[in-house]
Design a protein around this ligand. Sequence first.
Ligand code: ADP
Ligand code: MG
Ligand code: MG
Length: 938
Amino acid sequence: MEHKTTQDTPWFRGAARSRRRSAARGLSMKSQATPVKPDAPASSAADTIKRVYLLDEGNKDMKMLLGGKGANLCEMAKLELPVPPAFIITTETCLEYFREGTGNLPAALDFEEQLKALEDDTGKKFGNPQNPLLVSVRSGAPASMPGMMDTVLNLGLNDEIVQGIIDTTGNERFAYDTYRRFLNMYSDVVMDLDKEPFEEVISEIKKKKGIKLDLEMEASDWKEVVGEFKKLNPNVPTDPREQLRGAILAVFRSWNNDRAIRYRSYNGIPDAWGTAVSVQAMAYGNMNDGCGTGVAFSRNPSTGENKFFGEFLPNAAGEDVVAGIRTPQPLEEMAQKWPEVYAELFKYQGQLEKYYGDMQDIEFTVENGRLYMLQCRNGKRTAKASVKIAVDMVKEGTLTEQEALLRIPANQMDFFLHPTLDPKAEKTVIGEGLPASPGAATGKIVFTPDDAEAMANLGEDVILVRKETTPEDIHGMKSAQGVLTALGGMTSHAAVVARGMGKCCVSGCTAAEVDFRAKTLKLGEVELKEHDVITIDGSTGEVYLGTVDRRSATEDADFQTVLKWADDLRQLKVLTNADTPEQAKTARSLGAQGIGLCRSEHMFFAPERISAMRAMIVSEEKKERLEHLETMGAFQRDDIAKILEEMDGLPVTIRLLDPPLHEFLPHSLDEMQALADTVGKPLSVVQDRVAQLQEVNPMLGFRGCRLSVVYPEITEMQARAVASAAATNKKAGLDPKPEIMVPVVSTAKELRLIVPRIQAAVADELKKAGVDMDIPIGTMMELPRACQTADQIVGTEGVEFMSFGTNDLTQSVWGFSRDDAIKFIGRYQEQGLLDFDPFARIDEEGVGGLIKTALEKARAKQPGTKVGICGEHGGEPKSVHFFHSQGFDYVSCSPFRVPIARIAAGQAAAQELLKKSAGDGLYRNSITNVKRAGKKTD
Ligand code: ADP
Ligand code: MG
Ligand code: MG
């Protein structure tokens, strides 16, 4: 069954930590040797390398080497918090393991001395039944990857040693409970056996005894469980040192399990980092009622409220909290029960938060009334909480505004702009695609844009379901609450248009079988008919059956404060990509400082307009074309005037017609007949013309300025429309600031031909209107040839600015079609060939390298030329950092990404400032920036 019901609690590790295993896991793990970092030192120089650290040899700044968990354990020990003794094997050793590829631990790894230190510290002996030391073997990467990798607990047990534990503690129940936990975990994590049969053993015994809880199991029951477990897996090594080696290897391998690889690719964590392994003396939470284990946050990770918050399970081990077998108690109950332990924990959480300057997520265990700290880290939190915590910490004087700004996960800020699903709501996931345009929507499914419009007119909420969308679907998309497509990536038509509309969209839901004739949608085993209700979440890409409760995030004072910090700091201007007056208005209300891209063809998507466009396209002679162009010009002039009015006083960059003409053509016979009737031509003429305009590869075809070259009259119409709209507004006392941009330029010669034509048309129109104003002309930079010859491009008479179209530039540099890349990009990411989708985030090496070249050449020729970027990357935080670093004047992005871009631009500036003052110890790791410790990130 494809169904899964999720109870969404994003901040709690438990959700992500489900230890479900696929049957293929073992295979994929073993086949996934990662020959990363070819330039790393060879192991011949090995002897001088320090591979193992004791807690007093590390600190919090050594995350790259010791992993986040290890580094923070060292730091807590340094602060004299009660941490069980431990040693940490470095991430470098993990990489060494992968490099050697023998399947064994690196020959040079030796931890005997450190193991001895653990024995001395605890007064126990590893492998000695008299007073045995048991350890946990814990994974821990430089960046937090909660629950993605493996950990083995209670290691160092065998039949003889378990007897030793009974003898020393007199607690047989504890001894066998611990032993069964170990056998279960070792079989699962190290030996890759299925967990279910082990779980069944326990349920069988419980059923037999008529009990439900682990707590009701007696010593003899756990002893029986141990016996059964040994039958299920007789091959757990009995030698504790062999167990230890096995577990360390398993943790190394878990760096490359499927979950971990996918998590890294989604979160931009390089595969080349590796995991550290912490080997730590066990603290027992499962001995008796004076023990227990819990998780706590120094502030509420869901709301951000400044109140110590957490959960606790008496007489239990760590894995029980996460597994959700028993419902934990709120920490308040622990405060009642053990006021002293609680007071101690409360003191430490305050201390740690102040020290790290961030909300802390803490794992602890209580053994016989003694508190042990097992982990601390900057806590994951919701968008809402991150903003509240940052603002509160500035008020409290813990952080400066700059530091607090850097704590904000910019890409989560669209939470504040769209209605979102209630995280507490019950949901049934039936499919998953790409989170193409954020927000959530519920509605009846429809399969054609006309049905969407008709239903919407009846006041119904609908979700438009399509294989993919085309410009002809626009009215349907407008009418729908949300859009779901089977094909198409993050920059597909559906995604880009939906984002522009601020409409939620899930694209690339490849499992969806859409039959628009039968009007059915199949998702796995779920079959839906027209008008069945679904909910889609454009922020996660998930599709749910039926209605899911939503709530709206209103104007939030803390969010506004954060935006103000960013605006005060940033150097980049943030413009928007807007094609309609409504979009312009929305974007301006979200802080856009103008329009960096107004796609003039989007003004022709409405039904009555597309017919004028179609008539123009099928025109057989110039005279006819001019007539239709005049109709189009009138529409264009009105729209531009309205957009200029919405953005009055701010720049509005209008791009000349770009898409392949055939995108506007009718496809069905009915539509062709209708067009033939409108223009009074025989059907065959229309059919011929449509056939003539078909292209094998439209993305590289007859589009952009190539239209201007062949049909100068189209460009002239557009230039006149811009000038006359501006003149009208100016005469009305407004302050219009239009600019004209030429798309898909590959050679300066195209500009030399086209720019003078624009200038002449503009001058003529302004003269007719009796208005004097400047309308700058610029060029898109979206083809490699233009970048490579940027000096000639900006050197062209009349070219005043350049705007990088990074969607097309990414497409042409990689040779990946924007619309088809969805079919393989996911696989590339899974196999580590791509750390991220280059259509979503700028590829700094390749595409960025070309941009750098272009900037260098352009600046050498024409210093001070205005430079912008108007691809989807303009609203992506990491990309915004790059554009800041290259001294861009502005980024331009979808209206609903404007606030994100503002924050990201502020963060880029803040980071630069803080780096400069790093010497003062001002710069601290933030959750948005993993410090790279001077390493190359791939
Ligand atoms: P994860 O990274 O998945 O959180 P951890 O290494 O933190 O994995 O281990 C999971 C849980 O196991 C911890 O939260 C803790 O409860 C328990 N645990 C780990 N090491 C020890 C230990 N030395 N003593 C007691 N419990 C431990
Ligand atoms: Mg943990
Ligand atoms: Mg383009």
